[in-house]
Structure formats: structure tokens, C-alpha cells
Design a protein around this ligand. Structure first.
Ligand SMILES: [Zn+2]
Length: 77
């Protein structure tokens, strides 16, 4: 009864997956390096806590978990 419909849906789904995979292929590989930065985990220089790079404070390429630790990290120099 519904087997033919199921096969059509499966075929369309497979086609959709293939098209999605191959169409933006070159763009995806180019952006891969940039996308990793947004979800990258970084370590606070002062307390060694890991936090997402988007939430971390940076100073001269060094990461800090909070404004207080950024100041503390700068005082060490
Ligand atoms: Zn910290």
C-alpha cells in the first residue's frame, strides 16, 4: 500500500542529501577553518579555566575568563 510512496520519499530524501553535500562543497571547506574559531575552547591564563572563545576576553593573543583576571594577567608582566 504505502511502500511505493515510502520509496519515493526515500529517493527524494537521498537526492536531497546528495545535492546538499555536493552543491556548497567548495564553500564549506573554505569556511571550515573560520567556523572552528567560534566554538573553540580557550584557557584562562590566570585560573586555567576553559571557556568558549566567544565568551573569553583577549589581550595580546592571551585569553582570560573575566575582566578581573585580564587585569591580573597584565600585572604579571
Ligand atoms: Zn580566570
Amino acid at each position: 500500500m504505502g511502500i511505493r510512496l515510502l520509496l519515493i520519499i526515500l529517493a527524494l530524501w537521498a537526492l536531497y542529501i546528495i545535492v546538499r553535500r555536493y552543491l556548497p562543497r567548495s564553500k564549506d571547506s573554505d569556511k571550515r577553518g573560520e567556523n572552528n574559531d567560534t566554538n573553540n575552547m580557550v584557557q584562562c591564563k590566570v585560573c586555567n579555566t576553559y571557556l568558549p572563545e566567544s565568551e573569553a576576553l583577549t589581550k595580546d593573543g592571551v585569553f582570560f575568563c573575566s575582566e578581573a583576571h585580564r587585569i591580573a594577567g597584565n600585572d604579571e608582566k
